[in-house]
Design a binder for this molecule. Structure first.
Ligand code: ADP
Length: 480
């Protein structure tokens, strides 16, 4: 099996149906409007490096227009609307997203670099499912929180990263609308396009103007949103560093906040685990999606007596992974989202080498054009290595071994983050023992990276606080 590599003819997804304008404006008060800043920035494909569109950059004045529109829509329309009417709008957004799923998936892969299989089969359907799910809650909040009289907050400023652009937008907008809040959302600067497509969908759905506003820009646009006095709630997903900046910026105000930040998940394989399934789960946990997942299983812990066989099987499986064109249906690992991110990953490869770790990379080729990284293992890693302690956000897996359950709990928890973890074992008792002792918001057992709108998600420690998804995801948008 060693060295064996699948060779497939190219199977590119058609992109002629994905309609992109050359220039996008700000979506404020139900219309696309020119930015006060008069500035536009380019968004590129990380695989072909071609310019896809230019996008308006919001300055503080533009942020003010968006927040003012959201506040007026809240006071005059959305707050007063019967919940079951709100629900119909949210449901309608979900239906139109489904109708335009193919176009959304293709644009997601073009702009962000993720394989079309992921965007088509996971990102877009899960995004639509969030709207469906929260449409159902809108008129049932009194049942979700009995005897508590939940009330909406007002304007939610939502700032999202580039790893799941459309899904993060849905994840944030759907519960905000269901709970009766209005929204100003800012996508990440490298992946603005699917959120702009969502703005078009929202317009087609006749959502009252100002209920959802979508603006683009860089860090200072996000900072202006956070600082705006009429913002009542901030929902942020991104790096721990920016999460800390935002927390400092709102200190002393009564803005409510949820932060979903970095991660460095332990994926723990015991000797009684079904090894082949575990290997599949390890690959799914870190390599699919280029490791661009905050909850990626980036630290593998293998029980010492099965380490040799797990590492051998893992290497064999990795050799079959296809790194390449995100729009090709055979591709397992697409492009790294930006040059900055690829540079960051490469700098960690150097750090790991300098720390004296054994590095394994697959033998297959990667495209010469675009930002790509081969799936990589650091074998024989130790708890003190920087590649173990710090978030890399790429297809790089560190491997540590352990002997006892106490040891692995100690090592898994000895990290600044606590977003997620995985456990592979045949024994239910071991699963329950670990889930109660691992300091992680989400723990998968004998599977990895499974998501569902009904299930809450969020972190411990430097991975942030507050829960998104499920019934728990309603609470941060309500006051009681
Ligand atoms: P990542 O490392 O995942 O790109 P960042 O935290 O840098 O995460 O970015 C996540 C989002 O936060 C992006 O939309 C970015 O533009 C925004 N952002 C960056 N700096 C700030 C800031 N100081 N205040 C508010 N938002 C910011």
């Amino acid at each position: 099996m060693e060295g064996f590599k699948w060779e497939y003819a190219p199977a590119p997804e058609a992109k002629d149906h994905a309609k992109l304008k050359t220039q996008y404006d700000l979506f404020i008060n139900g219309k696309f409007v020119k930015p006060n800043s008069k500035k536009y920035f380019d968004t590129h494909s990380p695989s072909t490096l071609e310019k896809l569109a230019e996008v308006a950059e919001a300055n503080a004045k533009d942020v003010d227009s968006a927040v003012t529109a959201a506040k007026l829509a809240y006071d005059k329309v959305w707050k007063k609307m019967p919940a079951k009417e709100r629900s119909k709008y949210i449901f309608r957004i979900a239906r139109v997203m489904q109708e335009r799923a193919r176009e959304l998936a293709v644009i997601e892969s073009m702009d962000g670099g993720k394989p079309i299989r992921e965007s088509r089969d996971f990102d877009v359907p899960t995004a639509a499912n969030h709207f469906f799910y929260y449409a159902g809650w809108a008129d049932k909040l009194d049942y979700a929180f009995p005897n508590k009289k939940p009330k909406s907050l007002g304007v939610a400023a939502q700032i999202i990263p580039w790893n799941f652009p459309l899904l993060m937008a849905a994840w944030k907008i759907a519960p905000a609308l269901a709970t009766g809040n209005t929204v100003v959302l800012k996508p990440a600067e490298s992946t603005p396009l699917t959120a702009l497509k969502l703005a078009e969908i929202i317009q087609d759905c006749d959502l009252p103007p100002g209920v959802v506003n979508i603006i683009n820009g860089f860090g200072n646009t996000g900072a202006a949103m956070v600082a705006h006095p009429h913002v009542n709630k901030i929902a942020f997903t991104g790096s721990t560093d920016v999460g800390k900046i935002i927390q400092k910026a709102i200190a002393g105000t009564n803005k409510k906040i949820t932060l979903e930040l970095g991660g460095k998940a332990a994926n723990i394989v015991f000797d009684d685990a079904p090894i082949d399934q575990a290997v599949e789960g390890i690959v799914n946990g870190i390599f699919f999606n280029q490791g661009h997942v905050c909850c990626a299983g980036s630290r593998l812990f293998v029980q010492e007596n099965v380490a040799e066989v797990v590492i051998r099987k893992l290497k064999e499986r990795m050799e079959t992974l296809i790194v390449g064109d995100p729009l090709d249906k055979n591709t397992d690992i697409g492009a790294i989202n930006s040059k900055e991110q690829l540079d960051k990953i490469n700098s960690y490869l150097e750090i790991g080498r300098a720390e004296g770790l054994e590095l394994f990379q697959t033998s297959g080729s990667i495209p010469s054009k675009g930002y790509y990284c081969k799936p990589t293992l650091f074998i024989g890693a130790a708890q003190s290595n920087r590649v173990v302690q710090e978030e890399i956000f790429g297809p790089v897996l560190t491997i540590q071994t352990f002997r006892t359950i106490e040891e692995v709990i100690e090592k898994a928890n000895n990290i600044p983050y606590g977003l997620s973890a995985g456990v592979w074992t045949d024994k239910g008792s071991k699963i329950f023992n670990l889930t109660s002792k691992l300091r992680a918001g989400v723990i998968w057992a004998n599977t990895y990276n499974k998501f569902d709108p009904t299930s809450p998600f969020g972190g411990y420690k430097e991975s942030g606080f507050g829960r998104e998804g499920g019934l728990h995801g309603l609470a941060p948008y309500l006051t009681f």
